[in-house]
Design a protein around this ligand. Sequence first.
Ligand SMILES: NC(=O)c1ccc[n+]([C@@H]2O[C@H](COP(=O)([O-])OP(=O)(O)OC[C@H]3O[C@@H](n4cnc5c(N)ncnc54)[C@H](O)[C@@H]3O)[C@@H](O)[C@H]2O)c1
Length: 323
Amino acid sequence: MFFNFMPNAGNCLILGGGGFIGSHVADMLLKRGYRVTIFGKRNSKKTNLAHILDRVKIIEGDFNNDVDVRQSLDRIDYVFHLISGTLPATSNDNPIYDIEINLVNTIRLLNASVERGVKKIIFVSSGGTVYGTPTHIPISEQHPTHPISSYGVVKKAIEDYLFMYHALYGLDYTVLRLSNPYGERQNIFGVQGAVAVFLRKALNGEPIEIWGDGNTVRDYVYIGDVAEAFVNALETTTAEKIFNIGSGDGRSLNDIINLISTIHGPRIEVKYLPARRVDIPVNILDISLARTHLNWQPTTPFQDGVKRFYNYLNTQRYAQHVG
Ligand SMILES: NC(=O)c1ccc[n+]([C@@H]2O[C@H](COP(=O)([O-])OP(=O)(O)OC[C@H]3O[C@@H](n4cnc5c(N)ncnc54)[C@H](O)[C@@H]3O)[C@@H](O)[C@H]2O)c1
């Protein structure tokens, strides 16, 4: 294993860099001296990038458009692929769409990357879906992969195509199987992201709805730590290609509610609804491989990360805009 720190050593393209995770990866890349280009949808909001607009190049286009993607690769050394057109919860509604929008377009990206001489692709996969229902906890990268959502199947298929393109054409890559990131700039109106949604509801005085008894356990990891993992993956040369990225700890939904109650103060109303069959009871990732090979470990305790996110939302006064 070699750990190389390379200031000013490359041009990075972040596909989906205006989003929650991508904007934090952009921050970390700039901090470590890289040149950053961000590819996002035409006329998309630049709110997440407002603080760095003068330091990044923005390319507007559509990931579904091969010409746009090819043009964005001009003089790019490293690609962070963070675009997904589907979500875990709804991808089964239309698996064909999922395949076309995510898998087919990604293969086009891989073809163009080979042609353009891209040195490495960092792909964000999903530690919450590629393993399916866990047979044991914590889940290491060796755990069987039997996804039960199209989202997970497609993420896994992309992982396999990356392996193939590396073997056949020498395109280097790293896959990060991410757990549940949370933190500043996360969409608080989304259908996923328990910390974000619960904080919004608490700040807005709305009841928090929980499917089941609140004992569903997930691995929540602070976004600043996640961004470090992405950039470490770029700077690390190792035979290992697939890494779990999480906290390595489990928190139940009730744990989150209790923590938010402590931070927020006013009483929080919680409504327990019937459990959903799609929710697997526990998912906690084993992150030892990333600790060893990416020289990475999460350093933000859950309490601190949630407090930071809470303070950020308060400052942004997001709660006032909630309808
Ligand atoms: N957020 C999570 O909990 C989580 C967990 C594991 C993996 N992931 C993966 O991480 C990636 C990023 O997630 P995020 O939470 O930052 O999402 P996000 O929605 O905040 O950001 C995605 C960005 O991609 C852009 N985009 C989407 N479709 C596009 C298209 N056709 N053309 C151009 N740009 C397009 C969006 O405008 C947005 O800026 C996704 O691949 C997702 O599957 C997310």
